[in-house]
Design a protein around this ligand. Structure first.
Ligand code: BEZ
Length: 252
């Protein structure tokens, strides 16, 4: 499988902790009960996995990044973390709930992932998930693509997808999940400090720049930042134009 991006757990924890901090809200929607078995899909460095465990559930964290799983094991040595690809996971009727925060949009084989989630759940088990939804980071993607088009003819393939409610719920239903709640909403997200956008681009979009010769990457990065300035730099600093798709579904 192509790695979605080269995850840098240190940069992620130092600068992008908002990813899991926003997820705490989603945790309330999951409402894990003592003794339940929960799979945290795309667990990253394990911060929310630990919070699920804090509520008394037995939790397994799964992520396809070896760096993230290494960091999760170091952060929370008492928890179980598995390195693996969600589309290929073989869990069978084992979980009361599958939880996923800000991860499903990296899993491009969405149909296979939805099928694997359905099989992993017990009957009446639930999926509680949040991912980037239709229109997510539209300004950022437009700037990346327009700057890169000036440097090279062919753009790298996108490594994320941001589905609409209709597209994603249809896919879940196809895989035997009954959608009980779906919500698409804007969540402009503050990026810390003057270098907020630069850090974000280096962490999450660097694969675009890797399509360029080394000597051109920094100049292209500056151009993307300049292009984003009018739309995403306000008085309070940089904002990422996030839109979230929140889903609750059940295996019936
Ligand atoms: C997101 O959480 O929406 C996201 C994060 C990194 C890259 C693309 C999208």
């Amino acid at each position: 499988m192509v790695q979605a991006t080269n995850w840098d757990p240190e940069l992620y924890e130092a600068r992008h902790s908002f990813v899991w901090q926003f997820g705490q809200d989603l945790l309330d929607l999951l409402n894990p009960k003592p003794g339940e078995r929960v799979l945290d899909l795309g667990c990253g460095p394990g911060n929310l996995t630990q919070r699920i465990a804090d509520r008394g559930a037995h939790v397994v964290g799964l992520d396809s990044s070896a760096a993230m799983i290494g960091q999760a094991r170091q952060n929370y040595p008492r928890l179980q973390f598995v390195l693996g690809d969600a589309a290929a996971m073989k869990f069978d009727g084992e979980f009361d709930a599958v939880f996923s925060n800000a991860a499903l949009h990296w899993m491009l084989d969405a149909r296979a992932v939805a099928g694997a989630i359905g099989r992993a759940l017990k009957k009446n088990g639930r999926l509680v998930a949040e991912l980037g939804g239709k229109g997510n980071i539209e300004h950022i993607e437009r700037a990346l693509e327009s700057v890169l088009a000036r440097y090279i003819g062919e753009l790298p393939l996108r490594r994320t997808f941001f589905p609409s409610i209709g597209a994603y719920t249809a896919l879940l239903e196809e895989q035997g999940l009954e959608v009980r709640m779906a919500q698409l909403f804007d969540r402009p997200t503050k990026l810390e400090g003057e270098k907020g956008m630069e850090n974000w681009l280096r962490q999450f979009s660097w694969y675009y720049f890797e399509a360029l010769p080394n000597r051109e990457r920094e100049a292209a990065l500056r151009e993307v930042i300049e292009e984003l300035r009018p739309a995403l730099l306000g008085e309070g600093g940089w904002l990422a134009d996030y839109r979230r798709l929140r889903i609750v579904a059940a295996r019936v």
